[in-house]
Ligand binder design. Structure first.
Ligand SMILES: Cc1ncc(COP(=O)(O)O)c(C=O)c1O
Length: 366
């Protein structure tokens, strides 16, 4: 008899369930301040809570295919209609669906590092080969390297994924570079999880009208503040949406999430206020910390800020440990570019941001 282990697809060997240790810690110790996972510090609005309450009372019913919310998304983004939009259980599920639709075992997925970790995990889950193209670190900036991405494309490349703006670096790749990559014809996934903070003017969604191979992904986990509800979506050409939608697990987005998302999307004033708060706080933090000698602050268009403290002589991992000793969870970043000084914070409430600034100053200057 063959052992059970031999029946699994070979690329699952050695893979483990993704568990985010800092999120586990935060739920276990709710007294700690969560400045690590790019969540929104403000709880859902009254309108969203009303929608949740209304549809919770109908939780005995299956959801429909979400034409109403897909129509809203199409309208907000200036695309033709719901047929250009597919819904996911967070945008993390959207990457999974795209990779599963395009990547066979041995095919390549190109990502631009440092970047969001789920692209890699979902690539491993389909037996894909991950190709990481590093950004360029010079003059205290992490710059996109479109040339290197283009060079990395091979006949086996099935996806190029780039975040607009990127996490954790907080910046945007120049628009003409997106066009150059799109012109290769290779599927280009542009992850716009944070684009609302800078405004939809910075979105590349217009490219989906010209290029069938461009797919935009979004989430309501960030500026809309609904990470726990798990609602994301993609926008693309209608034929592309129809094909990827064939991969969907039926009823993947529940009624409550769908209608809560609809209420949040309708509340343009609510979004504007969340964005204003975030951007004002980002500016304050960046200004307060920019005078620490040796600490590089990466200007962010998202709800997080990346730092490199190598030139201070102190390690990023020690910064994160020190923050935790003072009640705050920061996000460690692995060593890169010959530096062990990296860490990232998420914008919190006003009080949390002040606490974070104080403790970062104490750590480096104290
Ligand atoms: C760049 C980027 N994309 C996507 C996501 C995933 O968001 P979700 O799965 O909650 O929609 C995140 C979350 O941190 C992110 O940083």
């Amino acid at each position: 008899m063959k052992p059970m282990a031999d029946y699994f697809v070979p690329w699952l060997k050695g893979q483990k369930m993704y568990v985010s240790s800092h999120i586990e810690l935060a739920w276990k110790q709710p007294e700690l301040h969560r400045m690590m996972s790019n969540e929104n510090p403000n709880p859902p609005s009254k309108k969203v809570l009303e929608a949740i309450d209304k549809y919770a009372r109908m939780a005995n019913r299956y959801p429909d295919q979400g034409l109403v919310v897909r129509g809203q998304i199409a309208e907000i983004n200036g695309v033709a209609g719901p047929e250009n939009v597919m819904l996911g259980n967070g945008s993390s599920e959207i990457y999974d669906l795209i990779w599963r639709s395009l990547v066979s075992p041995g095919d390549e997925v190109i990502q631009h590092t440092p970047c969001f970790g789920i692209y890699k995990l979902r690539c491993a889950a389909v037996g894909g080969k991950l190709v990481s193209v590093p950004m360029i670190y010079r003059d205290k900036q992490l710059e996109f390297d479109a040339e290197a991405i283009l060079k990395a494309i091979t006949p086996k490349t099935k996806v190029v994924v780039i975040a607009n703006p990127n996490n954790p670096t907080g910046n945007f790749m120049a628009s003409p570079d997106y066009v150059r990559i799109a012109e290769t014809g290779v599927p280009l996934v542009i992850d716009e999880a944070y684009v609302e903070y800078a405004g939809l003017e910075r979105s590349q969604v217009g490219l989906t009208k010209k290029f069938k191979n461009v797919i935009i992904t979004r989430t309501l986990s960030k500026a809309y503040g609904l990470a726990g509800l798990r609602f994301g979506y993609l926008i693309a050409d209608r034929d592309v949406v129809a094909t990827i939608s064939a991969m969907l697990i039926p009823w993947n987005v529940g009624t409550i999430s769908m209608w809560a998302a609809s209420a949040a999307l309708e509340d343009a004033a609510g979004l504007k206020e969340r964005v204003r708060f975030n951007n004002e706080q980002t500016m304050l933090i960046e200004e307060s910390l920019s005078e620490i000698p040796g600490l590089t602050v990466f200007h962010s268009y998202g709800n997080y800020i990346l730092f490199d403290g190598k030139a201070t002589g102190k390690k990023g991992k020690d910064m994160v440990e020190y923050a935790q000793s003072r009640g705050m969870i920061f996000r460690p970043q692995g060593d890169m570019y010959d530096s062990d000084g990296w860490f990232r914070i998420t914008i919190g409430s006003e009080e949390e941001n002040q606490m974070a600034v104080d403790l970062i100053r104490d750590f480096y200057l104290g």
